[in-house]
Design a protein around this ligand. Structure first.
Ligand SMILES: Nc1nc2c(ncn2[C@@H]2O[C@H](COP(=O)(O)OP(=O)(O)OP(=O)(O)O)[C@@H](O)[C@H]2O)c(=O)[nH]1
Ligand SMILES: [Mg+2]
Length: 447
């Protein structure tokens, strides 16, 4: 028996106290294991019907709950599956898990139930990834992306692309295998255009990843700028309540403060950091270094510029050049406030009164997310899918070049097969056979 086999057991609900906890058993022994630790007054229940059960181990009663049997292959994992629901107390769950292990189950590894669902053909890889996204989603827009994936959206994109590639390959193979035949072939130019169109479609889907990842996972946004620019005031205003100390004494913030805020469709982790200035004290310098370290991984930097004295922000502006950033002009109420720096417009705010803060929130969301579910046809949120789609786009462009250039049809076809393999990987399905089908369906086979 390989390490991947056997009967799995795991608690499917979060660890802690709650009304109910759910244990899952999956594998050939699931029914036997469940039967070993359950006394069911009504007898073993019919398929997919919950029935009252008393759970027991060698020392006696553990709890009373419900038992449901999902016989394979019509179960989540495609194999024998039993769900036990008990009261949500880790002490109960621990005893039930131990009893299941004594009866022959083993603890599941993370994702192992879904892995089995994939291996048993219950779902393709894109749906398996969508299951994870549905669990991880930090916003309702992230959930909508997961639902697209669960509904087969990514799979159907892969299929659409694979069909288009298959047709193109059929054209290329026909040129290679039957050059002398009197076939009605597309013009090379039309075929080449088609390849670019497939590339564009794959590229466009891959490009949605930047937004998709942030909608599902959330993003970190760091407030940086010179001392007294109003970073902590903005941190409080964007979060809707006071968390950070605000004072007119420069160098008030030393530690990095963190809070979760919702800006438009995005779950944002906002970081307030120590202000920057020349000749800081020892602790302040340590705070500036901490800000630098933690802010480095932020998806977006808000450079808070004192609008009445933008030159104070010079060093920070230089240091953040090239990063994804927004320039905020705070202290807009002060005399001499500038509306731009180096020709770049500042987002105007008066943090002390909240003026311009909702607009800033919107600007942050817009900078983080270019697409939202519903606006584009599909948004992907998996790096694996993104990388494969980029590979497909690249291969289509190469194939296009080969077809029109000196490399020729054979290379063009070979490169396209590579693209098709990537799409197979996307869904975890082999489509090679389909190419042959499409190819020969264009011929009169009796010939
Ligand atoms: N007039 C005016 N005062 C503001 C504005 N925003 C913040 N302040 C005041 O400016 C001072 C500094 O604000 P903070 O939010 O502490 O500034 P900071 O950037 O966090 O400063 P450090 O933590 O020292 O780096 C406080 O007295 C605030 O009340 C604004 O838009 N206009
Ligand atoms: Mg501060």
């Amino acid at each position: 028996m390989s390490a991947r086999e056997g009967t799995l057991v795991a608690c499917a609900t979060p660890w802690g106290r709650g009304g109910v906890a759910l244990l899952r058993l999956s594998g050939p022994q699931a029914q036997a294991v469940a039967a070993a630790l359950s006394k069911i007054p009504g007898g073993w229940p019919p398929a997919r019907r919950a029935r009252l059960a008393h759970f027991v181990d060698a020392s006696g009663a553990i709890d009373t709950g419900l038992l449901t049997h999902f016989p394979g292959p019509r179960s989540y994992t495609g194999e024998e599956l039993v769900e036990l629901s008990c009261h949500g107390n880790p002490l109960i769950v621990e005893r039930l898990l131990a009893a299941a292990i004594t009866a022959g189950a083993r603890m599941a590894e993370p994702g192992e139930f879904t892995r089995r669902a994939f291996l048993n053909g219950r779902m393709d890889l894109t749906r398996a990834e969508a299951v994870l996204q549905a669990i991880d989603a930090q916003s309702s827009a992230g959930l909508a992306i997961a639902q697209q994936g669960l509904g087969g959206g990514v799979l159907s994109l892969a299929e659409t692309l694979a069909n288009a590639l298959t047709q193109a390959l059929a054209e290329l193979e026909a040129r290679l295998d039957y050059p002398a035949e009197d076939l009605t072939l597309q013009e090379d130019a039309v075929l080449a255009e088609g390849l670019l169109a497939i590339a564009a479609k794959a590229q466009a889907a891959a490009d949605t990843y930047a937004s998709g990842r942030i909608l599902v996972e959330g993003a970190t946004v760091a407030l940086v700028g010179p001392v007294n620019a109003g970073k902590s005031s903005l941190f409080n205003a964007l979060g809707g309540s006071e968390r950070a100390l605000v004072s007119e004494i420069p160098g008030t913030t030393r530690d990095v403060l963190e809070r979760r805020v919702r800006l438009g469709p995005v779950a944002v982790t906002l970081l307030d950091t120590a202000g920057q200035r020349e000749n800081p004290g020892e602790i302040e310098a340590a705070g500036m270094a901490l800000a630098e370290r933690l802010g480095a991984s932020a998806e977006l930097v808000l450079v808070v510029v004192p609008a009445h004295d933008p030159e104070q922000a010079r060093a920070v502006l230089e240091r953040t050049e090239g990063r994804r950033r927004l320039l905020v002009g705070n202290h807009m109420d002060r005399p001499g406030a500038q509306s731009q720096v180096d020709g770049i417009p500042l987002i105007p705010t008066v943090a002390a009164t909240g003026q311009g803060v909702p607009e800033l929130g919107q600007a942050i969301a817009d900078a983080l997310v270019q697409e939202e579910p519903g606006s584009a046809s599909l948004i992907i949120a998996s790096q694996r899918q993104r990388d494969l789609l980029l590979g497909v786009a690249e291969a289509c462009r190469e194939s296009h070049e080969a077809l029109l250039g000196p490399l020729g049809v054979a290379v063009s076809a070979q490169v396209l097969y590579g693209a098709l393999e990537r799409l197979d990987k996307l869904s975890g399905r082999d489509t090679r056979e389909v190419v042959l089908d499409a190819l020969f369906s264009r011929f009169c086979i009796g010939k």
